[in-house]
Design a protein around this ligand. Structure first.
Ligand SMILES: O=P(O)(O)OC[C@H]1O[C@H](OP(=O)(O)OP(=O)(O)O)[C@H](O)[C@@H]1O
Ligand SMILES: O=c1cc[nH]c(=O)[nH]1
Ligand SMILES: [Mg+2]
Length: 213
């Protein structure tokens, strides 16, 4: 099952708060960061551990450390940046790759305008971050870019997914797991998730009065 809805009460509570129509930019950013931390926790649950001996206050002690796992976090511009600090709080040594995509409002197709990947993607777990999985066009395009550069372990974190996007992602990349705080009802005729969050990029960047909703 490549799309995993996280049912933890903290996640369900926070995603509910995020849906308030009159939410402030500050509150939207804070909740997005908190949810990003919780989703990163879920998505790294299978990272391997190795035992090492350290000098503890009481003498030598065997402790566990995450071993042999290099990570690149991949925010999809713009809205993915809202989740970046939260994920880096949990995985502070991760490198950051950036993909710039903007969904065309008429065609709903993602238009590519920027990319900058870190090296050795073939050795890294990629954690793509974007609050919204609507048609999944942006997510599928980003996964295509990463796989073309040799990335073999691709995972995604989103706040809200539409069933249409879940199905499209599963069909295009059945090997990619995507953790989401919620799977909503459907896409409306403009390609927005219902009930959804509205335009996540506009809410994170404070441009919502100039946006398309
Ligand atoms: O699943 P899809 O149908 O591709 O839609 C989801 C994409 O749309 C939004 O970005 P948008 O293109 O609005 O750009 P922005 O983050 O700069 O606002 C969102 O952050 C996703 O990247
Ligand atoms: O509901 C949606 C769909 C795409 N992008 C958003 O920001 N929100
Ligand atoms: Mg947007």
């Amino acid at each position: 099952m490549p799309v995993i809805a996280v049912h933890h009460p903290l996640v369900r509570h926070k995603v509910g708060l995020l849906r308030e129509a009159e939410i402030s930019t500050k509150k939207f950013r804070e909740l997005t960061g908190e949810l990003a931390r919780l989703l990163a926790y879920e998505a790294t649950a299978d990272f391997p551990l190795a035992s090492v001996t350290i000098n503890c206050w009481s003498g030598p002690a065997e402790v566990e450390q995450i071993a042999g796992r290099k990570v690149t976090v991949v925010p999809i511009l713009r809205a993915g940046l809202g989740m970046l600090d939260g994920v880096l709080d949990m995985i502070p040594n991760a490198k950051v790759s950036v993909v710039g995509l903007s969904r065309n409002h008429e065609t709903l197709q993602p238009e590519h305008y920027f990319e900058r990947f870190v090296g050795h993607l073939e050795e890294r777990t990629a954690l793509i971050i974007d609050p919204m999985l609507a048609t999944a066009g942006s997510m599928i395009a980003t996964i295509d870019l990463l796989k073309r550069r040799g990335c073999k372990d691709v995972r995604a974190l989103v706040l809200v997914a539409a069933p249409e996007g879940v199905a499209a992602l599963q069909a295009a990349h059945p090997d990619v797991r995507c953790w989401t705080a919620a799977i909503d009802s459907h896409l409306n005729e403009l390609g927005y998730i219902i009930p959804g969050l509205g335009d996540a990029g506009d809410k994170i960047f404070g441009t919502k009065d100039e946006g398309s909703l």
